[in-house]
Design a protein around this ligand. Structure first.
Ligand SMILES: NC(=[NH2+])NCCC[C@H](N)C(=O)O
Length: 400
């Protein structure tokens, strides 16, 4: 099936996930903050939870593709291999001598082994050196806890490094240093993997910051883009410009979200669960606002607002009203469950979504509102602050 996504809730056909692996074993109390995890996950259990997440999808007829597999297949293409190796070696921290050592090390890996290193990184002790200090000055002075190639534990959150808008992919521009290299992998997959031949791009990683968790396809032609800790106003403006130029959208709602870890992306406070219904963090439902951006008479993005988000969204979607699943929770429970990604549901069809089981109150309210919730365990997966929506990149959804 060729990729096509024009909503958040149309029946999900194909999705890209990343099964967490060795990259999670790199997390320690020394580096978990800079690697954007709030705890040290139990890796085996995280994998079990992730397998159950994938099973919940495949059991309902969703095709699941894995980044690890796609990347290994991509690395069988000589140009892709050369390009991805070159990108890693370009790291200025290496210096010439260590660069040669790393280059030799990578050259002897088969595509699967290389994919593993590109994702899990390369620890100091994994670079076997022979002879007298063949890594040179840099390797000798390197802290034993430092990485020769940094790991990518947040690759798990496939939502952020690429997003499909209709038949085009936005390879995003990630804001946090720990995640920068993720888009070199997704970009290579879409440009070199045979399955994605002819893919057209609506966004590129060298542009202003935009992360996929901030992009919601509210309705065909209507995007909401959160701006805050990750996506910048410049990124939202650029995405609007490019989406208009490619005929992918007529309206982009730009939604300021608090620049805090708890609300790092728009999808941490708001996800769609039906064509006309959103699940929203109650503590901000009434205050969230939006600027409406359309193509102006001069062809430039024209900005109106701000207006209350729910009003602006309903107008852009040509609905009398957008239904809000009011989780009706007291502020403390709401805050706890928002932190645990209760608002970060993944719709697999209208009124059918996957959510973390631990968010008991949020899920109960969804059920009461007629939305079926498939609960999954996320005690370990959630330590990276991401839920089912963050952990999935839809490639195919049936039009509504
Ligand atoms: N779409 C999302 N909400 N993604 C969550 C990403 C979590 C990840 N640890 C980060 O800080 O970047």
């Amino acid at each position: 099936m060729t990729p096509y996504v024009d909503s958040e809730v149309g029946r999900l056909g194909t999705v890209v996930l990343h099964r967490p692996g060795r990259e999670l074993t790199r997390l320690t109390p020394r580096n978990n903050d800079s690697l954007l995890f709030d705890a040290i996950p139990w890796v085996g259990r995280a994998q079990e939870e992730h397998d159950a997440f994938a099973a919940a999808l495949t059991e309902r007829g969703v095709e699941v593709l894995y980044i690890g597999t796609l990347l290994a297949e991509t690395l069988a293409v000589p140009d892709a291999r050369a390009e991805l190796t070159e990108q890693v070696l370009r790291d200025r921290r290496l210096g010439d001598t260590l660069r040669r050592r790393v280059s030799d090390h990578l050259a002897q890996l088969d595509p699967t082994g290389l994919a593993d290193v590109l994702i899990a990184g390369l620890a100091h002790e994994e670079l076997r050196t022979s002879g007298d200090r063949p890594g040179g000055l840099v390797y000798t002075l390197m802290d034993r806890h430092d990485f020769v190639i940094d790991p990518l534990p947040n690759l798990l959150f496939t939502r952020d490094s690429s997003v499909w808008i209709r038949d085009r992919v936005a390879v995003t521009s990630l804001a946090m240093p720990a995640r920068l290299r993720e888009t070199t992998l997704t970009d290579a997959i879409y440009r070199h993997h045979p399955r994605f031949g002819g893919t057209k791009f609506v966004y590129r990683p060298e542009l202003e910051h935009v992360e996929g968790g901030d992009v919601l396809l509210l309705a065909p032609g209507v995007l909401a883009v959160g701006v805050g800790e990750r996506t910048t106003p410049a990124g939202a403006e650029r995405l609007a410009r490019q989406a208009f130029a490619d005929g992918l959208a007529h309206t982009v709602l730009v939604v300021p979200v608090a620049q805090e870890r708890a609300t790092m992306h728009l999808d941490t406070v708001c996800t769609m669960v039906d064509a006309d219904a959103v699940l929203m963090y109650p503590n901000i439902a009434d205050t969230l606002s939006a600027y409406t951006v359309v193509v102006g008479p001069d062809g430039e993005p024209a900005v109106a607002g701000p207006a209350p988000f729910l009003r602006a969204a309903a107008d852009a979607m040509e609905l009398a009203e957008l239904r809000v699943i009011d989780t009706g929770l007291d502020p403390v429970t709401a805050e706890r469950e928002q932190w645990d990604d209760g608002n970060n549901t993944l719709a697999i069809a209208p009124r059918l979504c996957i959510g973390y089981e631990r968010n008991v109150e949020t899920n109960a309210q969804l059920e009461r509102a007629g939305i079926e919730v498939i609960p999954i365990a996320g005690s370990e997966l959630g330590s990276g602050r991401g839920g089912p929506r963050c952990m999935s990149c839809p490639l195919v959804r049936e039009p509504l």
